[in-house]
Design a protein around this ligand. Structure first.
Ligand code: BES
Ligand code: MN
Ligand code: MN
Length: 455
């Protein structure tokens, strides 16, 4: 257990830590919008300054994208080392009109802070910094060596952290990698996440006539890109929700009975899903429960679909182009490159005549699976139980954190996914929020983990 002094410091400084978090949240570090490059730099500087003030050796690397921060405490070989990962960049804010208050003017209401990045991931990564601060400011020896790697390109598919990790495995060497960028199971139950989905993100571009055509003058004489794209999209999945890309399920690691029983015991109901999402009924691959589909089955979903006229009233055109973005969320042991290639081949094969079809693979992420039994897992579970006051349950996530698979491959250390957010935090969506109670409990958990991992 972390010393009482350390935990008392975190309790005594709750308000100050929230104020500082709000300062961090005011920086609009949207990594995918170049207009915000200076802001993204400022967010990196905010993090680097805090770590420097705590006496860490801090490096800020420019690898052609947004700054990558590496920092470490004095490394003593007789101690274990924890590497904390997080990201200071955030998603774009549109549609802006749906925000109740501006995304970069943090608002606190009923113990919840509303701002872009509050849960994903500034609020979560900040818990690690405050946990370390507690040891240092109280003059309590930190029981482990601590390293940080904090990036600014998680949300935009940047390469800096991959390059750095591949080139510097020694620098990043550690006994465990700690990632807080996922969720609790629910408001009262923490979760220890042992699997992230991977991703293959595709774009289909269909082009037909050189310009939009009058739909009367030319209707019936040429292939319509909108119709052609609809035909393609309709063949991506069957009506039972199964993906029709050949070989899609070949490498999927099936759930074992223990996992299925574990999921079932969590008592997630379709009513909860309906309440969380506002849908009239759940839908998905036949033969699996909602949680099984959410956490452990691969998916294929349109993320964007654009063609022709979408404005007010009617406009009679055959559009020159049509475009769809499609994400495939993958599970262990699917290979994103192999799946992306199978998708490209399939779309080209089913594309109707009379249009040109281009299929682009934007970015990929490897799925992650963490062994559920290890010493570090035990330390993580103990820390969560003490930090949140309830024993954690095993969970998986439908989201992806692309670098984690690379960490596993290059560093060969166990990964601990200790999420402090909630599924209902509206990450990537208007009115993103983070519960302050989870921020404070998260900081306690991180502090306790530093002690538990040392045992
Ligand atoms: N923190 C999320 C991942 C996540 C999402 C965890 C939902 C738990 C629940 C991360 O920042 C993220 O958004 N990842 C992207 C990766 C993509 C941009 C390559 C994702 O999952 O869409
Ligand atoms: Mn994130
Ligand atoms: Mn995100």
């Amino acid at each position: 257990m972390a010393s009482e002094k350390v935990l008392a410091y975190l309790d005594a400084n709750r308000q100050q830590h929230v104020d500082q978090l709000c300062e961090f949240l005011r920086i609009p570090s949207i990594s995918s919008v170049s207009e915000h490059n200076e802001d993204t730099k400022r967010a990196a500087a905010f993090v680097a300054d805090e770590l420097r003030e705590l006496g860490l050796a801090v490096e800020v690397h420019d690898l052609g994208g947004h700054p990558l921060i590496f920092a470490e405490t004095e490394i003593r070989p007789d101690r274990k080392t924890l590497l904390f990962y997080g990201h200071y960049d955030v998603q774009p804010v549109d549609p802006l009109e749906l925000w109740e208050t501006p995304p970069f003017e943090p608002r606190i209401e009923d113990g919840i802070v509303y701002a872009r990045g509050s849960s994903d991931d500034k609020g979560q990564v900040y818990t690690h910094i405050k946990a370390l601060e507690a040891y240092i400011r109280e003059g309590v020896e930190v029981p482990v060596n601590v390293k940080f790697i904090i990036e600014g390109e998680e949300e935009c598919g940047g390469h800096s952290i991959y390059e750095f990790t591949e080139k510097n495995p020694e620098k990043l060497s550690c006994d465990a990698i700690i990632v807080s960028d996922t969720t609790l199971y629910n408001e009262t139950t923490p979760g220890i996440c042992y699997s992230l989905k991977g991703l293959a993100y595709m774009e289909i571009r269909v082009s037909g006539p050189a310009m939009d055509l009058h739909s009367g003058s030319y209707g019936g004489t040429v292939q319509n890109p909108g119709n052609a794209l609809a035909e393609i999209v309709a063949k991506l999945k069957d009506s039972d929700g199964r993906c029709l890309v050949p070989g899609f399920y070949d490498d999927v690691l099936d759930l074992d009975q223990e996992e299925r029983d574990g999921f079932a015991a969590l008592g997630y109901t379709d009513e909860i899903l309906q309440k969380e999402t506002g849908v009239v009924a759940p839908f998905g691959e036949a033969g699996y429960t909602t949680l099984e589909r959410m956490w452990a089955r691969p998916t294929c979903d349109v993320n964007g679909l654009v063609s022709g006229y979408g404005g007010e009233g009617a406009k009679t055109v055959i559009p020159a182009k049509a475009m769809a973005k499609v994400s495939m969320r993958l599970v262990p042991n699917q290979d994103p490159e192999k799946i992306a290639k199978a998708f490209q081949d399939y779309v080209r094969q089913i594309a109707p005549d009379g249009v040109e079809v281009e299929v682009i693979n934007h970015h990929n992420a490897n799925p992650v699976l963490v062994p559920r039994k290890s010493e570090m897992m035990k330390a993580g579970m103990a820390a969560l139980e003490k930090g949140f006051g309830a024993p954690p349950v095993f969970i998986r996530e439908g989201g992806s954190i692309p670098i984690v698979g690379t960490f596993q491959d290059c560093l060969k250390s166990p990964v601990l996914l200790l999420g402090y957010g909630l599924a209902t935090d509206n990450i990537h969506s208007p009115n993103e929020k983070f519960h302050l109670e989870n921020f404070w409990r998260g900081a306690r958990t991180s502090a306790i983990l530093m002690a538990e991992a040392a045992l």
